[in-house]
Design a protein around this ligand. Structure first.
Ligand code: NAD
Ligand code: DAU
Length: 336
């Protein structure tokens, strides 16, 4: 099987490329990535010499190039991870989110249709469902109610994917996963930001009252779910992915402070994110019952391994936290 992985140089994409190359040594994996601020080929240094791996630098919005790559490599399956992925950046600059996440997806779908691709998998997010109250879960039937420009752009993409299935009969699946954590997570996101700031002795900024809830899943468990969807997903179906692991942001930050043995006085409550969703929680019954997926990682083990990964890879995150990152950081958090 020849798989085009878009956005394979980012956090989840790079973990997925590595997972697939290890599990399916005969598959060809073509990683198509624009290498934006979030794309980093260092994430895949260990696979560069694998003969089954190809990297192409390009924009998912570039029809000619995507068309050429899909034709040249005789692609069977497209898995679209490529996106602008950070909610805070979407609040300050929504335009690029619509361009990449909505228009880019439409280009990929057009190419998939032209080439008669066997399967198109859209990596979406639980954020398209909006926010939950204190109880209940997101199911695949929950109405879409995105609250941020990021989640609205992901919902727009999902609707296009659905439409290409209904209108042209394209074999599509949409996955909607909860918050991922693990190695190579870009340190603008909560967990890697808190770990790396704590290691640097910097403030740990918690938005609002810190009681917002996220449902954390190890990135490798997300990869095993996508693998099942590629091979067994029923055409046109949506699959929610999550491991029943709800934590408040306060719990997460206190856990990191404790495990790293730094002072609680680093924690700083800062003004809330605009439109901040209160709670996400996934009901994974469909993917569990229909495709046989179960997550393998206990959170305590996963977070411990993740913290150790950051402790042992200071070169990686120190390089990432320089240049453009510092401009973003000052804009978002002030001069701290
Ligand atoms: P990321 O920001 O780490 O990586 C995104 C990748 O896409 C980068 O390598 C970037 O260079 C690439 N990219 C951006 N614009 C591009 C373009 N126009 N053309 C080609 N490549 C482009 O993101 P992530 O956290 O790995 O998320 C990957 C996908 O998974 C996204 O679609 C996101 O919406 C979805 N998702 C993320 C999470 C999470 O917790 N991180 C959870 C559920 C779903
Ligand atoms: O739910 C899946 C989504 O998870 C993905 O679709 C997104 O791509 C991914 O970025 C993530 O979105 P969140 O907004 O949930 O993740 P983030 O790490 O940005 O924030 C997690 C929580 O922590 C959220 O409630 C906001 C809070 N937070 C975040 C940052 C960066 C803080 O309190 N302080 C911070 O500095």
């Amino acid at each position: 099987m020849n798989i085009l992985v878009t956005g394979g140089a980012g956090f989840i994409g790079s973990n997925f490329v590595r997972y697939m190359l290890e599990k399916y040594p005969k598959y060809k994996i073509v990683n198509y990535d624009l290498l934006t601020y979030a794309g980093n080929l260092e994430n895949l240094q260990d696979v560069q010499k694998n003969g089954q791996y190809v990297f192409v630098k390009g924009d998912i919005g570039n029809y000619q190039l995507v068309d050429y790559v899909v034709g040249t490599h005789q692609i069977d399956v497209i898995v679209n991870f490529a996106a602008e992925s950070h909610v805070d950046r979407s609040i300050s600059d929504p335009g690029i989110f619509v361009k990449t996440n909505v228009l880019g997806t439409q280009v990929l779908l057009d190419v998939a249709k032209t080439h008669g691709i066997k399967k198109y998998v859209q990596i979406s997010t639980d954020e398209v469902y909006g926010s939950l109250g204190e109880t209940g879960y997101f199911t695949e039937e929950t109405p879409l109610a995105p609250n941020s420009p990021y989640s609205a752009s992901k919902a727009g993409a999902d609707l296009l994917v659905r439409a290409y299935h209904e209108t042209y009969g394209l074999n599509v699946n949409i996955t909607r996963c909860s918050n991922n954590y693990g190695p190579y997570h870009f340190p603008e996101k909560l967990i890697p930001l808190m770990i790396t700031n704590a290691l640097e002795g910097k403030e740990l900024p918690i938005y609002g009252d810190g009681q917002n809830v996220r449902d954390w899943l190890h990135v490798k468990d997300h990869c095993t779910a996508i693998d099942l969807v590629i091979h067994k997903g029923i055409p046109g179906e949506v699959y929610n992915i999550g491991g029943h692991n709800e934590r408040t942001n306060n719990e997460i930050v206190h856990l990191i402070v404790e495990k790293l043995g730094v002072s609680k006085s680093l924690i700083k409550y800062v003004p809330d994110r605009l439109g901040h969703d209160r709670r996400y929680a996934i009901d994974p019954a469909k993917i569990t019952e229909e495709l046989g997926w179960t997550p393998q990682y206990e959170f305590d083990k996963g977070i411990e391994e993740t913290i150790q990964w950051y402790i042992h890879h200071p070169d990686w995150w120190k390089r990432v936290k320089s240049g453009e990152y510092m401009d973003y950081y000052k804009k978002q958090y002030g001069e701290t």
